[in-house]
Write a protein that binds this ligand. Structure first.
Ligand SMILES: [Zn+2]
Length: 245
């Protein structure tokens, strides 16, 4: 989940995951603390999805953005040694498309995996992480059924081909928490003061409260391999996936 009640930055990425370039003004700036923009499409990290990389263009120079930090504001962290635009500067922002697009497919692939494993094996997610094109997810599952890996891979392939829509909605908390799947996956993760909950819905398969960026349908996830199943303690199984194209 992501909460930005105290940030001055308008989060363009939350409204449109396909946006890669935009105009912005620098509100605050420091080579160490980072750069605060009035509007930004940089995904700042969270929910297992790492932050975007990209660039700010201004006055004929570029500032490469390599990380983000959330505190009282949303700070974009520049590459050490790059020039930093002073407060008041008009900049053109650009998110590195290859990394972000891969992370969107990977993140949506994890939701698809969670939906399949819950539907077919009744197992709940206990953790997860991702990098562009590769990810892992842990499930509470006491016993591994026969052909588990193959069955999961086949079911995921079916769901990619089915091209299910992936919808993002912002719902009032009460309405969001009335969705059974959201209660299952998120009850104790939602901050108490959160009034609007962002819901990511793979229609007919998986619904989660989620702050990440996603592709618009399961076909856009593309090829996805279940690479490995590992035992990580009693009743904890780790599935590793990889995008294949
Ligand atoms: Zn997610």
């Amino acid at each position: 989940m992501s909460v930005h009640a105290h940030s001055r930055t308008e989060r363009l990425d939350l409204a449109d995951a396909t946006l890669r370039e935009w105009d912005a003004t620098v509100l605050a700036s420091d080579a160490q603390a980072g750069i605060v923009l009035d509007r930004s499409a940089f995904y700042p990290g969270g929910g297992g999805q790492p932050p975007d990389h990209g660039v700010l263009l201004w006055g004929g120079v570029q500032t490469r953005i390599v990380d983000s930090r959330r505190g009282d504001d949303l700070y974009l962290i520049p590459l050490e040694g790059d020039p930093v635009p002073p407060a008041g500067t008009a900049v053109r922002g650009a998110v590195e498309d290859e990394r972000r697009s891969s992370l969107m497919r990977t993140h949506s692939g994890l939701h698809l995996l969670a939906g399949v494993v819950f539907r077919d094996f009744g197992a709940l997610v206990t953790g997860g992480n991702m990098a562009p094109g590769v990810a892992r997810m842990d499930f509470n599952l006491p016993d591994i059924p026969a052909d588990f890996k193959e069955r999961i891979a086949a079911a995921c392939a079916v769901e990619v081909t089915a091209d299910r829509a992936i919808r993002v909605d912002n719902l009032p908390r009460d309405q969001a928490m009335a969705i059974p799947d959201v209660i299952r996956t998120a009850t104790d993760l939602l901050p108490p003061g959160l009034e609007i909950v962002r819901i990511v819905d793979i229609v007919g398969l998986d619904v989660q409260a989620d702050g990440g960026t996603h592709v618009a349908s399961t076909k856009q996830i593309g090829g996805m391999d279940v690479v490995k199943v590992e035992n990580k303690g009693k009743a904890n199984r780790r599935l590793r996936i990889r995008l294949t194209d």
